[in-house]
Write a protein that binds this ligand. Structure first.
Ligand SMILES: NC(=O)C1=CN([C@@H]2O[C@H](COP(=O)(O)OP(=O)(O)OC[C@H]3O[C@@H](n4cnc5c(N)ncnc54)[C@H](OP(=O)(O)O)[C@@H]3O)[C@@H](O)[C@H]2O)[C@@H](O)CC1
Ligand SMILES: Nc1ncnc2c1ncn2[C@@H]1O[C@H](COP(=O)(O)OP(=O)(O)O)[C@@H](O)[C@H]1O
Ligand SMILES: [K+]
Length: 504
C-alpha cells in the first residue's frame, strides 16, 4: 500500500527522515532529484531540449539539482526562474551548484513580465511550487502558469503540478496542466480526485527513501492499494475443506427486466471461492439462472426474509439489490434483513435507493451486524444528499461511514473504500472499459462471496474491489476496453486470482 499523507504530514516525514536516518536536508534533496532524474532519462531522450522552471522553495531546489544532473546526462538544459527572493536554503545551494557548473538562468521579472521563447519540441520540467503551496497562485505567478498551459510542450511536474493544492481541490485554474507527474514517496489526495485529472496527467510515485519508521509511528489515514495482500491475509483452506466450510452466500438479485444482474452477480459469487451460492429470485427466472450458472442454487425471494431457511442452509452472508425494482416487496425484504439478519449484509444498487427511507433502521442494524454499502456516485448522492464535488463527497462518505459504523464502497475510478473508523483505501486496479452496465453487479456478487467465507467486511471490500478491477484489466487486455462487457469481468476473475497469488 502506498500511503496518502497531507502536505503537512509529508513535511513531518521529511523532518523525521532528516533526524532518524540521519541525513542532511540538502542530501535528501539530492537523492530525490537523482531519483527523478533516473526516471526522466528512462523516458526522454537527450535529443529534446529541456527547460526547467524553478521556483524559490525546495521544489525549485529540486528543479535546479535536476537541471544539473540532466546536463551531466548530456541533455541540453535551460533554467527559467521568476526573480523572487530569498531562495530557500537548499534552493540557494543548488542555485550556486548550477552556476558553478556553468549553467545560466533566464530570469522572469514581475514588472516586465515576458516568458522566454521555448522551442515546441522542448520538454518543460515544472519545479515552480511543490507541497509548500500556502495560498492560491495569483498575479504574475498565475500568469506564468497560464502561459505554460497555453504552450504545446510536454510538461513533467516535479512532485506535484505547480499551483495544485495537494490535500484536495484547488479553487480557480492557476495550476500547471502536467502531462506527467513524478511524485515523491507518497500519493497526494489531489491525485485521486477526478477534477484534478487534467492537472496531474500520468502520475507515478518515486521512492526517495524517506525513513519507514514514520509510517509505523504515524500510520496514514488513507492509502492506495497496489496489492491487497499487503493489507490483509487471504483465507487459507486446508485439504479437508468442503463446500460447507467454504461459506454459503445468499444473493437477492434480479427482476423480470433485469435478470442479467442476478446472472452476473451469481457468476462472480461462484468465482469468489465460496462453497455454495444461492440466488433468491423470481421462480420464472430459475431456468435462466441454472442454464447460465449450473453451480448455483435457486430459491424463492422469500428466502431473504426467512430465518429458518437461512439458519438451516447455514447462510454466512447476504447481498441484495442488484437488478431489483423499487417496489413494496423489496422494501419489505430489505427492512426484514435490516431488522433481523444475523449475518453480514451487502447493500447494492436499487436496495441503496430503498435505504433512503430506512436510515434509522440501518443505524440500528449496523450496531448488530457488519454492513457494506456499494454505491456509485449517483447512488451515494441519492442516499446521503448531493455534493458539489468529489472532495466534498469523500468527506461526506467518511462522515457517514463513521456515523453509521458502515463500510462504504464508493465506486468509480480509484474506488474508495471508506471504513467505519474513517480511514480510506483507494483501489489501484480497473479501467474505463468497466464503466458499463452490470459491472457493479459483478462486484456485489464477488464481495458477498468473500463475506460468506468469513472475510471481515473491510478485507472483503478491499479484496473484492481489487480483484474486480484486476479482472477488468485482464478482460481489457484480452478483448479491449470497448468490446469487453460486465460479464467478461466476471469471466476473468480466474486471472485476477492468479495475479493476486503470483505477485504475492
Ligand atoms: N517531501 C520530502 O521529503 C522532500 C521534498 N522535497 C521538495 O520540497 C518541496 C516542498 O518544498 P517547500 O516546502 O520549500 O515548498 P515549495 O512548494 O517549493 O515552495 C514554497 C515557497 O513558495 C512560496 N509560496 C507558497 N505559495 C505561494 C503562492 N501562492 N504564491 C507565491 N509564493 C508562494 C512560499 O512562500 P511563503 O508561503 O512563505 O510566502 C515558499 O517560499 C516538495 O514539493 C519537493 O519538491 C525534496 O527536495 C526533498 C524531499
Ligand atoms: N473509469 C473507471 N476505472 C476503473 N473502474 C471503473 C471505472 N468506471 C467504472 N468502474 C468500475 O465499474 C463498476 C461500475 O459499477 P456500477 O456503476 O454500479 O455499474 P452497474 O450499476 O451498471 O452495475 C464499479 O465497480 C466501478 O468502480
Ligand atoms: K512542481
Amino acid at each position: 500500500m502506498i500511503p496518502i499523507y497531507s502536505a503537512n504530514e509529508i513535511k513531518q516525514w521529511d523532518a523525521f527522515s532528516i533526524q532518524h536516518e540521519p541525513i542532511a536536508s540538502i542530501d535528501l534533496m539530492e537523492r530525490a532529484s537523482q531519483t527523478f532524474t533516473q526516471r526522466f532519462v528512462a523516458q526522454f531522450s537527450p535529443e529534446q531540449p529541456v527547460y526547467v522552471l524553478a521556483g524559490k522553495g525546495n521544489n525549485g531546489g529540486d528543479g535546479l539539482a535536476i537541471a544539473r544532473m540532466l546536463r551531466q546526462h548530456g541533455f541540453d538544459v535551460q533554467v527559467i526562474m521568476p526573480s523572487v527572493h530569498p531562495l530557500s536554503h537548499d534552493c540557494e545551494l543548488n542555485y550556486q551548484r548550477w552556476l558553478a557548473l556553468g549553467g545560466t538562468v533566464l530570469q522572469i521579472d514581475e514588472t516586465n513580465f515576458q516568458f522566454p521563447n521555448i522551442p515546441a519540441d522542448a520538454i518543460l520540467i515544472d519545479a515552480l511550487f511543490g507541497t509548500g503551496l500556502s495560498r492560491l497562485l495569483t498575479g504574475w505567478m498565475a500568469a506564468i502558469v497560464a502561459h505554460i498551459n497555453s504552450l504545446p510542450n510536454t510538461v513533467v511536474a516535479v512532485d506535484v503540478p505547480s499551483g495544485l493544492w495537494c490535500d484536495g481541490l484547488t479553487e480557480g485554474d492557476a495550476v500547471i496542466q502536467a502531462d506527467y507527474c513524478f511524485t515523491f514517496q507518497c500519493i497526494k489526495l489531489a491525485f485521486m480526485l477526478p477534477e484534478n485529472a487534467g492537472y496531474v496527467g500520468e502520475w507515478e510515485v518515486l521512492d526517495i527513501g524517506l525513513h519507514p519508521g514514520f509510517v509505523q509511528q504515524q500510520p496514514p489515514k488513507a492509502g492506495f492499494v497496489t496489492h491487497p495482500l499487503a493489507v490483509l491475509q487471504p483465507i487459507q483452506y486446508d485439504r479437508f475443506a468442503h463446500k460447507g466450510t467454504r461459506g454459503h452466500a445468499l444473493l437477492g438479485a434480479g427482476s423480470t427486466a433485469m435478470m442479467g444482474a442476478a446472472v452476473m452477480a451469481t457468476h462472480a459469487a461462484l468465482r469468489s471461492g465460496a462453497g455454495l451460492v444461492t440466488v433468491a429470485t423470481e421462480a420464472s427466472a430459475w431456468p435462466l439462472i441454472q442454464q447460465t450458472n449450473p453451480e448455483a442454487i435457486c430459491a424463492a425471494k422469500g428466502a431473504l426474509a426467512n430465518e429458518s431457511f437461512q439458519l438451516q442452509r447455514r447462510i454466512k452472508a447476504i447481498g441484495v439489490g442488484s437488478g431489483w425494482v423499487a417496489d413494496e416487496e423489496h422494501i419489505q425484504l430489505l427492512a426484514w434483513l435490516l431488522e433481523n439478519s444475523s449475518v453480514p449484509l451487502l447493500i447494492d444498487a436499487t436496495a441503496l435507493s430503498l435505504l433512503v427511507d430506512m436510515l434509522p433502521i440501518l443505524e440500528l442494524a449496523a450496531l448488530r451486524i457488519p454492513i457494506v454499502l456499494t454505491p456509485h456516485v449517483g447512488e451515494f448522492d441519492r442516499l446521503f444528499g448531493h455534493s458539489n464535488n468529489h472532495a466534498l463527497r469523500l468527506e461526506k462518505a467518511i462522515h457517514m461511514a463513521k456515523h453509521y459504523r458502515l463500510c462504504i464502497v464508493l465506486k468509480g475510478a480509484y474506488t474508495r473504500i471508506v471504513l467505519p473508523n474513517g480511514h480510506v483505501y483507494f483501489n489501484s486496479t480497473g479501467n474505463h472499459g468497466m464503466a458499463k452496465a452490470g459491472s457493479g453487479d459483478v462486484l456485489a456478487g464477488l464481495m458477498t462471496g468473500l463475506l460468506a467465507q468469513g472475510y471481515a467486511v473491510q478485507d472483503a471490500a478491499i479484496l473484492a474491489v481489487w480483484l474486480h478491477g484486476s479482472a477488468g484489466d485482464a478482460a481489457a487486455k484480452a478483448m479491449g476496453t470497448e468490446a469487453m462487457t460486465a460479464m467478461d469481468i466476471a469471466k476473468h476473475l480466474p486471472q485476477a486470482w492468479q495475479h493476486l497469488n503470483y505477485t504475492r
